[in-house]
Design a protein around this ligand. Structure first.
Ligand code: FAD
Ligand code: SF4
Length: 469
């Protein structure tokens, strides 16, 4: 028996000096030998804490054991019981804050946790290369509408189709996938992978209708008349702005617009696609989450000479995934910690030429538990910039909500839904994902979709819902 290695089996990656000039995936995945080596590090704990810290409670030791035993078909079967989107989760889930954070191997000072996410990706990618024969399912238990094709809606749709429902997903945009398609860039999550996992859900009998804006193209009344139940997973993509002077200058973007232009409109594939972004030399990104990292790393790939992230707290509080931060540093992204913009400076033609900033210090903790950043008077300075991207958070997508006042929302504008059942204030209408929690994670959105599918089944079969809000 070979000695268990202290560190995770490294995953091959594109070299930083190469990848900062292309949009191809950074992490290249394990091959079978590397996967088996990593799988052999797992202790196969009886009371596996990793399972309890996975929002969809995947049998993690179960699928890892099958990899170790060279039974990829078995590993696929285990994963398929819990998730419809493993190739996506294996790439973008914050495992370091969930399953890997509590991995028993990682609890001993000497060892790194098992690379659970990378192993999930290995099985999922193998599965996409070795498609299963689809099983005929009869969809005669009832008819369910899903609004929004992000990870939450797709998960609910897949599970309901497996349970025997006719499922129609209404999606406002021209392509399904939600943030997976228009937000997270190709170099972290290839769109071909997203499409393949969506295709598998469609193969189970789910119908996806794109270019259907619920509240405009079709009303909630029409949906309620036609369907036995409905799941709302419309997400939280409305950008927040700092509202500082100069926000209307040419060159100032919200991250959601910037990333959508790149991902959905193929802005990086000019001249093959005639939708380029204005070329930028010096880019400033405001924020410290995954969205800020994605914006900064995209700007670098589009040819910016300098990309500087301004974050109002210190590196210690940075909310982005550690891996994404490290990748960004390797790609020559600069950081200005404890810095906040106060004004966008205009050039002669109304275009952005610089961002006036102020230095911050950390005060007492605020309601989020993090120390509140406070400006230091007289510390202003200017960062030259022709593009600024604000990535400071997003709010509820309101188009549908505004046309459906019967649905109770909270003071932040998110839908009120019971966290154990996803039931809303309207019988037969369930909701989950970012539109309920506010901007969160793919796996939490998927978890809500799974709960909702079970509850919708109960509701349609017995017209019974466990709780409403
Ligand atoms: P969404 O993914 O937002 O999908 C909602 C869908 O509903 C959209 O397709 C939208 O077009 C559609 N819709 C809205 N209104 C209507 C309407 N009226 N009619 C029809 N359709 C409608 N999470 C992670 O776990 N890891 C990461 O690395 C990560 N990186 C991220 C990077 C970026 C740039 C962003 C923006 C988010 C990131 N997240 C990440 C967060 C994660 O993507 C979200 O939490 C998740 O996508 C939420 O899923 P959802 O299904 O609730 O909503
Ligand atoms: Fe394996 Fe870690 Fe889970 Fe234990 S906690 S079963 S070592 S992955």
């Amino acid at each position: 028996m070979p000695k268990r290695s202290y560190n995770k089996t490294p995953m091959r990656e594109q070299a930083p000096e190469v990848r900062q000039h292309n949009f191809k995936e950074v992490a290249l995945g394990y091959n079978l030998q590397e996967g088996q080596l990593e799988a052999s590090r797992c202790l196969q704990c009886k009371d596996a804490p990793c399972i309890l810290h996975c929002p969809v409670m995947i049998d993690i030791p179960g699928f890892i054991k099958q990899i170790k035993e060279d039974d990829m078909e078995g590993a696929r079967k285990v994963l398929n019981r819990y998730t419809n989107l493993p190739a996506i989760c294996g790439r973008v889930c914050p495992q370091e804050k969930q399953c890997e954070m509590v991995c028993r191997l990682g609890q001993s000072k000497k060892f790194e946790p098992v690379a659970i996410g990378k192993l999930e990706r290995l099985v999922a990618d193998w599965s996409l290369e070795h498609p299963e024969e689809s099983i005929e399912i009869t969809h005669d238990k009832g008819k369910v509408a899903i609004i929004g094709s992000g990870p939450s809606g797709l998960t609910a749709a897949g599970d309901l189709a497996k349970l025997g429902y006719e499922v129609v997903v209404f999606e406002a945009l021209q392509t399904a996938g939600g943030v997976l398609t228009y937000g997270i860039p190709e170099f972290r999550l290839p769109k071909q992978i997203v499409q393949k996992e969506i295709d598998q859900i469609v193969a189970q009998g789910v119908k996806i209708e794109t270019d259907m804006v619920v509240g405009k193209t079709i009303t909630m009344d029409e949906i309620m008349e036609d369907f036995d139940a409905c799941y709302i997973g419309v997400g939280a993509g409305t950008p927040h702005f700092m509202g500082i002077p100069g926000t209307d200058l040419t060159g100032v973007y919200a991250s959601s617009e910037y990333l959508t232009r790149i991902n959905l409109m193929h802005g990086y594939e000019f001249p093959h696609y005639d939708t380029p972004l204005q070329p930028a030399k010096n880019v400033v990104v405001i924020g410290g989450g995954n969205v800020a990292m994605d914006s900064a790393r995209s700007a670098k790939r589009l040819g910016a000479e300098t990309v500087t992230v301004l974050y109002r707290r210190s590196q210690e509080e940075l909310p982005a995934r550690v891996e994404e931060y490290h990748h960004s540093v390797e790609e020559d992204i600069q950081y200005n910690w404890l810095t906040s913009p106060v004004e966008y400076i205009a050039g002669d033609h109304g275009q952005l030429v610089g961002v006036k900033c102020i230095r911050m210090k950390l005060g007492e903790p605020d309601e989020s538990g993090r120390r509140r950043p406070l400006p230091i008077a007289g510390s202003e300075f200017v960062v030259p910039a022709d593009t600024a991207i604000e990535a400071i958070g997003q709010g509820a997508n309101r188009v549908m909500l505004d046309t459906f006042p019967e649905l109770a929302t909270n003071r932040w504008g998110y839908v009120q839904a019971d966290e154990n059942t996803c039931a809303t204030s309207v019988p037969g209408i369930f909701a989950g994902g970012d539109i309920v929690t506010g901007a969160a994670t793919v796996i939490l959105a998927m978890g809500a979709g799974k709960i909702a599918a079970k509850e919708i089944d109960q509701y349609v079969q017995n017209k019974q819902v466990t709780t409403t809000v």
